[in-house]
Design a protein around this ligand. Sequence first.
Ligand code: MF3
Ligand code: CO
Ligand code: CO
Length: 270
Amino acid sequence: MSQIPIKTDEEIEQMRIACRLAADVLDHIAPHIQAGVSTDHINSLCHDYIIEHDAIPAPLNYTPPGHQPYPKSVCTSLNHQVCHGIPSDARFLKDGDILNIDVTVIKNGWHGDTCRMFSVGQLSRKAEHLCSAAQKCLWLGIGAVRQGAHLGDIGHAIQKYAQSQGYSIVRDFCGHGLGRKFHEPPQILHYGNLGEGATLKKNMVFTIEPMINAGRAAVKVLSDGWTVVTRDRCLSAQWEHTVRVTEDGYEVLTLSAAELKQMATQENRR
Ligand code: MF3
Ligand code: CO
Ligand code: CO
């Protein structure tokens, strides 16, 4: 079994910097997500912001085994696209679209990885519900993280809620450890059983990134070699954070200023 790296406090500090930048990219792009904008324009805006902040867009030319190099700087996945959608200057956002933007940066050699759903104009009730349920899945998974917990606890929390809402969970892709590498152990499955899998230790760092489908779980990869879509063409939604294990819980390294503010507002409404 491959070992799960434990980061030193100094390395964690480097990851905080990379992760904060990745989160900032998503805050920066938010006002630009509007009908009529091409996904390639979004890619350019993200690319430029990352470069201006002395970082590298990790997806650009990323070539995992069995893949052709990824041609763009971020992933933009629309509607029934699950993940790894390739930005295109021929694809324009329209009212009612749901769009996932997945940003991974390399800053001083360290990776930060996060994605969010964005809505274009007015969403259908179904699309709205799917996006918020997927976000809730992410946070339920995060809530299961702490030293001594098991990897399966994360997947279990996500699976329980997704199924209660009548949604399915994509099984072909998972969360992952990251650090100097984009993808390293552990694999974070978004389904599972309590108490199963490796035991979490302080300063493990990994992503949780559930892909939740309105229809069936089955996916396929398009002929571009990257874009993953639902086989039944039903909508799919994904949210991702990079998380550090702490003694009594977790630290969300990719929490952005906007998300913090949004969470504070929700807290006040309770
Ligand atoms: N950011 C994605 C993840 O969460 C990976 C994208 S790989 C790419 O793991 F090459 F498509 F960018
Ligand atoms: Co990831
Ligand atoms: Co990602």
